[in-house]
Design a protein around this ligand. Sequence first.
Ligand code: BGP
Length: 469
Amino acid sequence: MSKFETCYQFPEGFLWGTSTSGPQSEGTVSGDGKGMNNWDYWYSIAPEKFHDRIGPERTSSFYQNYKEDIELLKETGQNVFRPSIQWSRLFPEGVGDINPKAVAFYRDVFKRIKATGVKPIVNLYHFDLPYALQEKGGWENKEIVFAYEHYAKTCFELFGDLVDTWITFNEPIVPVECGYMNDLHYPCKVDPKAAVAVAYHTQLASSLAVKACHKLNKHHKISIVLNLTPAYPRSHSEEDLKAARIAELFQMKSFLDPSVLGKYPEELVDIIKKHQLMPEVLDEELEIIANNTIDFLGVNYYQPMRVQAPKSLRSDKESFDFDTYFEAYDMPGKKINPHRGWEIYEQGIYDIAMLIKEHYGNIEWLVTENGMGVEGEEKFIENGIIQDDYRIEFIQNHLIELHKALEAGANCKGYMLWTFIDCWSWLNAYKNRYGLVALDLETQERTIKKSGYWFKELAQNNGFTKGGK
Ligand code: BGP
């Protein structure tokens, strides 16, 4: 190591790995018994919405290739891996009969992951609702909460001997915002009252899953994965600070507070009440939320939320819209990932760590997603390998902030990159590649990228050195 280099060593036992999800990686094979989910249905009626018209059935063939893929976990040095179970694969109709092929598939997947010495952390829900339940009103309908509770319990019973660490939901605010506020995901509604009900029912379902998990096995740990970022205000004016505070209430604290602290922030409830958006809330439900908080937190971080006060002030009586309270702020001079268009702000990781430390009891947490999407990544192929030095640098710079946070007392136990093998991403399909392993969409061939080899060294050394000349 030269005198210009710094060594970033992580605590013993630090977890290094990746995250993916069932709907984005498994694919559909005829005869596999999987039921239709909200994404399959939406693609069947509106394929033009999806990048290059590539739909959810053509995802990265993990269902057929998992044995070889799991070997690649080792080759890229991972000691933790987060896949998800597809509810619609296990219960094709959402409730009722179990698909035995799904049970055999997931059991074999988890067994093999463990056999390679990798810890599976299994997510139960990654934006994918069985379509049969969507037809019954989806998350707007409180009945779905109990269908989810049954699904979660069934997973704990079927796979609990192989998996001891669980996640209830991935980024639950995304389906709320994209599906019910912004017309971006199916069912493409713009209905704030429905959005609030969906968010509340999702939280209740998550708390019920925490309860069931602890009841079935008190040694198992369970979490929720939230896309967290503090809201950075444009200025320190009173108006911008207020906008940032309210943006955090909706985008971050709506799930963070009930999941970690067992209660909703009062100011958030007041705003919801003021706009007459309250769903039915029973005392016994609030008790379930209060008594079943998570054991650790999963944090997805890609880019910071920057906000400013709304440009035109609206009267309190107008119908609810986020713009009533805050607007996105496009900060001049921000650092950008030119291949995806998202801001890169590494310090966000440190700020999140300090927020958790100071306001959320320094609960144990993991980075469950962080990563760099790149469009047209084939152009970086040299000697048959994607030379993704930009990704290595992206990871290093975020890890430097995480390291600084650990030195300041953060309780972070691991770092998981999005993603393992390039995967399908909702409306963006295969536009942005994130993997440590490249996927050839035509041949389905997998090739480890330069970052995959680097990640192995990172995990083996439990750290890295950087900054040398
Ligand atoms: C996260 C989701 C992932 C993945 C990722 C990248 O928010 O949890 O499922 O999609 O974003 O997104 P994109 O491919 O749109 O860049």
